[in-house]
Design a binder for this molecule. Structure first.
Ligand code: ADP
Ligand code: MG
Length: 885
């Protein structure tokens, strides 16, 4: 017993001594965590340099864009061909990717030799050879007459400009092996966004935000970057950690001065590094009693598989003795222990360096996503990683230590690179097919110049119809006379009350107008109109309104004051005088009973009477378009048009009395409230309406009515988007084909989300967050599609609105016999105000369709409230003048 213990003690002591000896000798190869963190920071800077347009040409880490933009989502299916042109062998595969519920990939493959003369020959010989092999493969597999998409793995750095290059196959995806690895792993684990190769060579790729890739156009989404990290240090960035052994190895290599990082890491070099070290140690008498063998002097005699064998846990020592003996050496027990330690240090350093660079990539991913903690998966392939007994464990441990705020899963890629090429091809062909389907839907919303001109001319026809006595009653654009004939002249003054009943809210305002300086002061209070009141009885609605007025008067301390009142009522009313307005029909979200066909001024008066608390002098009932026009007209005498792009869509303008057949008199002008929202209710624009517009219409309170409004205004744009999203999801093009309960809910997609999503300042990630808040679990690609959908819908809205406006300004120009018309349009409405592109597109469309009109769009701040007061003031002034006469 005692002897055994003694032996064990002796052995332990011997081992410790050898380890100490080697550790001292290779002190420079053992990297502390501080050094690794420093290398990590250097690599982060390198990546940045590689991505920048100006710095890329001189950067040693090239950060090549791969044009792979999407990772598998599991819906890929079909048959694909794949070629792997790696190192020694050349492989052709047929890959069958099936959908059917679970992810399933089946492969059939065949190896072909790559004769040396072909590898060293020119490119066209190589490709001829590849084509021959491919033809042979297709023949033996009975694929001769199929035209399958093909992916090609190419594990050499190559600059890609396009994913598909053409050599008479359907799609040819040129795929780096790192990308193939990432894609293969991503097929099984959607969190995978990094691919690492630790084999003959070493390299990594990861998904980078497009906005950070200067070399490629576009800012949306992500693209896989092939880092080509093997070249890290080629500009001298790693000189402080390179050792004399690294230099010697480099000098003896085929590409001195190149791939310096790789030469410290990958399988092609580790064995050679060990050999150089052992030789040196023998020379200085630290090993083999100072004896060397000729094999030890021979380049390439120790290979990485030997290193791996020597580091094996149990058989390692025996393996070492055998390997050294094969090299013609006579190792002692101590020598074997020392050699094992050399192997450990060399391969440990490799794992450490790999970990440092990988940690840099992970940190970059985390920062791109603005996350405190990142959960991600790294796909790994490569023989060194696979066959070395300790390598994976060491790599994982160091990575976790260097980036404690990343939860990393490492996934070994099964025959990664080749299968990956098929995966890239599969994804590319899925994305392409999906793209076609999405484009088909979006194309429905793209209006040609011709179509817009068609809308313009039809609108023009409808405007004329509405003005004529015989056609007026049938016209869809009602062209309602407003009895507003004069514009403010600046002499108006006094205190007025104004009411503004628009789409959702009700406002009561006190407006103080001072003449001379044209100053207007306003005080207002906003009251919500609950849905049950909007859609309850008329009496309830008007009682509620009067209640709000009472609150406001109380609040302002004005109870009992008999102020003139203007009522902005933004629904179609037939007027016979300025203070009489018969509601034709409700629009937007209103549906209160017993109002249609009634005079809203009467209803208001009766409600005031019912309350019996105060009296008001109701002077004018005003449409919000008119109020808006008035407000702008107060400042700009050229303003003769009012436009609303809010909950609803409407327009008014000053028309020649002689054209208004419904009103007596031919002198002067009167404002016409067009109520153009009803344009198209006779089917005249059905050719441009889509199935989505029909769906929105069917689900609305007034089916078949207000068709133009339903394509152009705030109440409906979000709904159109929602209908499109539902359809795209049904087609499997969005949200992984899952229609959530939220998406089924009417109204959840408010138009304000279009404004947010389409904002140029918003990163894709924020779009994703908005969608997530809406309960829509979206991927990056989903977010891009949703943004495109929003853009298509809002663009069409602005264009249609512009076409309508063009019809009016052209009419005004022709009616006045002008070569050129200069006119200002007062505009109000939240859609116009807050949507990031609506106003610009509107303006551009008018300019294109009415080139001889110089149209200035003027935002009317608070037009409808202020306008009502101004109209009341004008009406008062005219009343006064009448009396004086
Ligand atoms: P109204 O037309 O009812 O008088 P607004 O002009 O304020 O009132 O328009 C309100 C409508 O504007 C809402 O129904 C909504 O559809 C839309 N909206 C609200 N916020 C935004 C936004 N940020 N961008 C675009 N549209 C919006
Ligand atoms: Mg309004």
């Amino acid at each position: 017993m005692f002897a055994v213990h003694l032996m064990a003690f002796y052995f332990t002591k011997l081992k410790e001594d050898q380890i100490k000896k080697v550790d001292r000798f290779l002190y420079h190869m053992r990297l502390s965590d501080d050094t690794l963190l420093d290398i990590m920071a250097r690599f982060q800077a390198e990546m940045q340099r590689g991505l920048g347009k100006d710095t890329n040409p001189t950067a040693s880490v090239k950060m090549l864009p791969t044009f792979v933009r999407a990772i598998p989502d599991g819906s890929e299916h079909g048959e694909f061909l794949s070629l792997d042109l790696g190192g020694s062998k050349f492989r052709v595969l047929k890959v069958q990717v099936s959908e059917e519920g679970k992810r399933n990939v089946q492969m059939e493959s065949q190896f072909y030799p790559t004769p040396n003369e072909i590898i060293r020959g020119n490119g066209s010989e190589l490709f001829d050879y590849v084509a021959d092999c491919l033809a042979d493969f297709m023949k033996t597999k009975g694929l001769k007459h199929k035209k399958l998409p093909l992916g090609l793995t190419f594990s050499f750095p190559c600059r890609q400009t396009k994913l598909e290059e053409d050599i008479d196959v359907d799609i040819l995806a040129l795929v780096n092996d790192t990308v193939g690895t990432m894609m293969t792993c991503a097929y099984d684990d959607p969190y995978c966004e990094v691919g690492v190769i630790i084999g003959t060579g070493t390299n990594a790729c990861y998904m980078e935000d497009m906005s950070n890739i200067d070399l490629v156009e576009g800012d949306e989404g992500r693209m896989c970057i092939n880092t080509e990290w093997g070249a890290f240090g080629d500009d001298g960035a790693l000189e402080d950690i390179r050792t004399e052994f690294d230099r010697e190895l480099d000098l003896g290599s085929l590409n001195p001065g190149k791939q310096l990082f790789e030469k410290m890491i990958s399988g092609l070099y580790l064995g050679e590094l060990v050999r150089i070290i052992l030789l040196k140690m023998a020379k200085v008498g630290l090993l083999f009693g100072g004896k060397k063998s000729s094999a030890l002097h021979t380049k390439g005699k120790i290979e990485t598989r030997h290193v791996a064998a020597m580091e094996k846990y149990k058989e390692g020592l025996a393996n070492t003795r055998e390997i050294l003996t094969d090299l013609g050496l006579e190792p002692s027990e101590a020598d074997c222990l020392a050699v094992q330690q050399v192997c450990t240090i060399v391969s440990f350093r490799s794992a450490n360096l790999c970990a440092a660079a990988l940690a840099a990539i992970l940190t970059r991913l985390r920062e791109n996503k603005k996350l405190v903690r990142l959960r991600t998966t790294v796909g790994v392939d490569g023989t060194l990683y696979k066959i070395h007994p300790q390598y994976p464990k060491r790599l994982h441990k160091v990575v976790r230590r260097l980036v404690p705020n990343c939860d990393v899963r490492f996934l070994l890629s099964e025959s990664g690179s080749t299968k990956g090429a098929a995966m890239v091809t599969a994804v590319a062909s899925r994305v392409q097919a999906q793209r076609r389907q999405i484009d088909k839907v979006l194309a429905l919303f793209r209006l040609t110049q011709e179509q817009l001109k068609g809308v313009q001319s039809k609108m023009r026809t409808e405007l004329e119809y509405g003005l004529k006595k015989d056609t007026h009653l049938l016209a869809t654009v009602k062209m309602l006379p407003t009895y507003v004939c004069g514009m403010p002249d600046g002499t108006e003054k006094g205190k007025f009350l104004a009411l503004d009943l628009g789409g959702t809210n009700f406002r009561v305002l006190l407006v103080k107008i001072r003449s001379g300086r044209k100053s207007v002061r306003m005080y207002n209070k906003i009251f919500a109109i609950p849905l049950e009141i909007m859609q309850g009885t008329g009496e309830e609605l008007f009682d509620h309104i009067v209640q709000c007025i009472a609150d406001f008067l109380d609040y302002m301390g004005l109870k009992g004051a008999q102020l003139p009142l203007g009522f902005t009522f933004s629904f179609p009313c037939r007027q016979t005088s300025i203070d009489k307005g018969i509601l034709i029909e409700w629009t937007k979200g209103f549906k209160a009973t017993d109002c249609e066909g009634e005079d809203v001024v009467d209803m208001l008066r009766e409600a005031i009477k019912r309350r019996n608390e105060f009296d008001l002098d109701i002077v004018a009932v005003v449409n919000d378009t008119v109020g808006t026009m008035m407000t702008c007209g107060y400042e700009d005498p050229n303003c003769e048009i009012g436009l609303i792009a809010g909950t609803g869509s409407n327009m008014c303008y000053m028309e020649e009395m002689k054209n208004i057949e419904l009103v007596e008199g031919d002198e002067g002008k009167m404002c016409i409230n067009t109520e153009w929202g009803g344009f198209g209710d006779n089917g005249c624009i059905d050719d441009i309406r889509t199935q989505y517009d029909r769906k929105v219409d069917e689900g609305s309170l007034n089916p078949g009515k207000q068709r133009y409004e339903k394509m152009t205004s705030g109440m409906y744009l979000g709904e159109i988007v929602r209908q499109i999203l539902i359809d795209l999801t049904k087609q499997g093009l969005l949200f992984r084909g899952q229609i959530s309960e939220r998406l089924r809910t009417r109204g959840i997609f408010e138009t304000k989300f279009l404004s947010q999503i389409e904002s140029d300042r918003l990163a894709l990630l924020q779009v994703r967050r908005i969608l997530q808040q809406l309960g829509l679990d979206s991927t990056c690609e989903d977010s891009i599609v949703v943004k495109e959908v929003c853009g298509a819908v809002s663009r069409r809205a602005a264009q249609l609105c512009g076409a309508g406006l063009a019809a009016v300004v052209e009419k005004r120009r022709e009616d006045q016999g002008l070569e050129y018309l200069k006119v200002t349009v007062g505009v109000d409405g939240t859609l116009y105000k807050l949507h990031p592109h609506f106003s610009r597109i509107l303006q551009e469309t008018v300019k294109e369709l009415a080139p001889r009109c110089d149209v200035t769009l003027m935002l009317s701040e608070d037009g409808s409230g202020k306008g009502a007061a101004l109209i009341t003031a004008v009406a008062k002034r005219l009343q006064q003048a009448q009396k004086e006469k």
